[in-house]
Every structure is written in C-alpha cells, then in structure tokens.
Design a protein around this ligand. Structure first.
Ligand code: RP5
Length: 167
C-alpha cells in the first residue's frame, strides 16, 4: 500500500490469522497501512530499526501483536513517540492468554501501550482509525457511519427478539 500511516506488526506469521482483523477494518475505512513480522526476541535489531524509523516514514500509529512472553508492543513503545496499540494473542506458546495480556498491559509509568482484549485485533484497527480520525474528517466520518450501522443492526435484532415474545 502506498504511503501507509498505520504500521501493523506481529511477532510471528502465526499471529496473522488474528492480526488480519485489524488490516481488514482499515481496508474497509480506506486507511493506508503496512503489515509485517517483527520479532522482539528473534529479530531484536529489526525491531529497533522498525520502531525508530516508523515516524520519519510517515507512520502515525503502530499496532503490535504478540503472544506468550509478548514483549514486542512494549519494546516498540519504548523506541518511538508514536502511539502503540498492543494486541495480546493466545498463541501456541501462551499458557492461557493471561501471559500475553499481562506482558502487554502492565507497562511501567512513562511508556504506555493501549492494550486491547485478547485476540482483539479488530478493536486495535478501530482504535488506530480513531487516532487517525482525530485529524482526518474523512476517516472520522466513516467511523461515524460504522457506529450507525452497528446501532441499526442492534435495533433490528431487538425487534426480532421482541417479536418472538410478543403476544
Ligand atoms: C510470539 O511467539 C509470537 O508473537 C507468537 O504469538 C508466538 C509463537 O510464535 P511462533 O513460534 O508460532 O513463530 O513471539
């Protein structure tokens, strides 16, 4: 994608089935992004290079997903001033997901990572779009339309449930 403004990174290609939900949402909203694998433990220098160069390359927000000893989001956040959204992943090396969640959530003061739910990559994509939309009316307009479509879907379901129980 030309001129990406959201960087989606993950510790392994095995994270992609979860992380693709962030990419799918950004595609829906026409927000340009890039996707790659950056491992904090297996490619530490690549992680440093990616995080330090991201802002200069025009990236506005980074979504970082990892499982198990999930150090990628926090370490990337320590290497950039860009907002970092962390996606804890229930991976093959995760005990039950809490290891991934706590590794990403429990950051020390000064280095925030906006942590979404376990496998919550869609919300990471939405949050990234909201950050971009703070300074881009075309994106915030699409976010508004997305919210209205959710409202319409819930009202439709409510009507169905009510009809099922009406006399
Ligand atoms: C983490 O280890 C990755 O983010 C992934 O969730 C997990 C397993 O990686 P693979 O062994 O499948 O490459 O660093």
């Amino acid at each position: 994608m030309d001129n990406p403004i959201v960087g989606i990174i993950m510790g392994s290609d095995s994270d992609l089935p979860v992380m693709s939900a962030a990419a799918d949402f950004l595609t829906e909203l026409n927000v340009p992004y890039e996707v790659t694998v950056v491992s904090a433990h297996r490619t530490p220098m690549r992680m440093i290079d990616y995080a330090q160069a991201a802002k200069e390359r025009g990236i506005k927000v980074i979504i970082a997903g990892a499982g198990g000893a999930a150090h990628l989001p926090g370490m990337v956040a320590s290497l950039t001033t860009l907002p970092v959204i962390g996606v804890p992943i229930l991976s093959s090396n995760s005990i039950d997901g809490w290891d991934s969640i706590l590794s990403i959530l429990q950051m020390p003061n000064g280095i925030p990572v906006a942590t979404v739910a376990l496998n919550g990559a869609k919300n990471a994509g939405i949050l990234a779009a909201r950050i971009v939309g703070a300074n881009d009316d075309s994106v915030s307009y699409k976010l508004k339309a997305y919210q209205q479509s959710m409202k319409a879907a819930v009202l439709e379901k409510a009507k169905k449930v009510e009809n099922q129980y009406s006399a």
